[in-house]
Design a protein around this ligand. Structure first.
Ligand code: SAH
Length: 381
């Protein structure tokens, strides 16, 4: 709840205090975590009838989230030991995310209001999810204002041995490294797992271009799927180096060993233009850019950037090839995104065919309005 939607009491409490909300007639509405320093003054934990928020309450929420991910642990499926265990508000714990990477659990907080509750949350998490190490991460706004952090800092290892580099985990049987301390998000973009698997299934015999590759999630799946060549483009040299290491981790797979990889550390728009001019064409092009719209005011501009990317992507896509384009901006509406891309493609004389639209994977449930940030289209053009 934003402070502005509270009639009284918006200035009460310290970070992490429990706040009880009543309606104008003094009837119970909800209980939430107070954060006086955030525009989101109260993060709702519970609504409906009054309840006791205690260790047991946190334990039940975390246990429910853990159980929901059981299909990912199914031993008959290719090994996946890197996934999201708690997805914030959608798992009833707003502002708290927990990702597991093999034995390393990464707890990421988006508000200092969680700090006083770590003594309940940490044992509950470790109880549900057997981990040998627990890393605490904090978002940028928390790192700026350290007064309510009770001496804790971003990257602190709360349990287990110190980290001397990335951890290695499995996703659909492939090995990847993640850097839970210095990487983006909690070290890996776990939300793209299903889309990567789909790319893997479409890559056989193709030259694949993975734009905004980060550490090469899509690249490694394409290689295993039998791509002839994979080209990964990212502005970050460290990301491109990590793609090489992730491919090396999977060289035991003959398809990965047979695939030729080219890493390009440069601006995606410039690389696409150069490739297009030089006549280079690919059978499958993936465009998975960073968030283009940080605020409502940037949505129009973001949609134009997506359209521009679509057209650049099509300019290097063989006729009849597959375009994969994603957006992770929660401000951008799925329908607007898909429409914009469709129009941009038609304008280029390459209308999209057989389009499939995908969204969130099982471990990234969405249970509130505006929670659906990830959208992706697979289409022939
Ligand atoms: N597809 C990735 C996630 C992409 S995150 C995966 O599956 O893991 C977005 C990436 O875009 C980041 O790695 C960032 O370094 C890169 N990036 C941001 N701006 C860029 C630009 N102008 N050109 C190329 N890469 C860029």
């Amino acid at each position: 709840m934003y402070g502005t939607s509270l009639l009284r009491g918006a200035d009460l409490g310290r970070p992490g205090d429990l706040g009880v909300v009543f309606d104008r007639k003094d009837r119970f509405l909800a209980i939430g975590l107070i954060d006086p320093s955030s525009p989101i003054r109260l993060r709702i934990l519970h609504q409906g009838s009054p309840a006791k928020i205690d260790d047991d309450w946190f334990r039940r929420r975390i246990r429910a989230a853990w159980e929901e991910r059981a299909p990912l642990r199914d031993p008959s499926r290719p090994r996946t030991d890197g996934y999201r265990v708690v997805n914030g508000e959608s798992d009833g714990l707003p502002g708290l995310v927990a990702d597991i990477y093999a034995g390393t659990l990464v707890l990421k907080l988006y508000t200092a209001a969680w700090i006083p509750h770590l003594r309940s949350v940490v044992p509950a998490l470790l109880d549900a999810c057997p981990a040998q190490r627990l890393v605490l991460r904090m978002n940028r706004s928390m790192r700026r204002d350290t007064k309510h952090l009770h001496g804790l800092e971003d990257g602190r290892i709360l349990l287990g041995a110190p980290l001397d580099g990335p951890v290695v985990f499995h996703e659909n049987g492939l090995r990847f490294e993640a850097d839970p301390v210095d990487g983006q998000k909690t070290g890996f973009f776990l939300d793209q797992r299903d889309n990567r698997a789909r790319v893997g299934a479409l890559s056989k015999g193709l030259d694949v271009l993975n734009v905004f590759s980060y550490t090469g999630g899509f690249s490694v799946y394409a290689a295993r799927g039998g791509a002839r060549t994979v080209t990964s483009v990212d502005i970050s040299r460290q990301a491109i180096d990590a793609v090489e290491r992730n491919l090396a981790l999977n060289r035991g797979n003959p398809a990965v060993a047979a695939c030729t990889h080219h890493g390009v550390a440069d601006d995606a728009f410039a690389v696409l233009e150069t490739l297009s001019r030089s006549g280079r064409r690919f059978g499958l092009v993936i465009l998975d850019p960073p968030m283009f719209a940080q605020s409502a005011a940037q949505v129009e501009q973001a949609l134009r950037a997506y359209a521009r990317l679509t057209q650049l992507g099509l300019s290097v896509l063989e006729r009849g090839g597959v375009l994969v384009q994603a957006s992770c901006s929660n401000r951008v509406d799925a329908d607007d995104f898909f429409r914009m891309i469709g129009e941009a493609a038609s304008e280029r004389g390459r209308p999209l065919r057989d389009a499939t639209f995908t969204g969130h994977a099982l471990d990234h449930p969405v249970r509130f309005a505006d929670g659906a940030y990830l959208k992706c289209v697979f289409a022939k053009a």
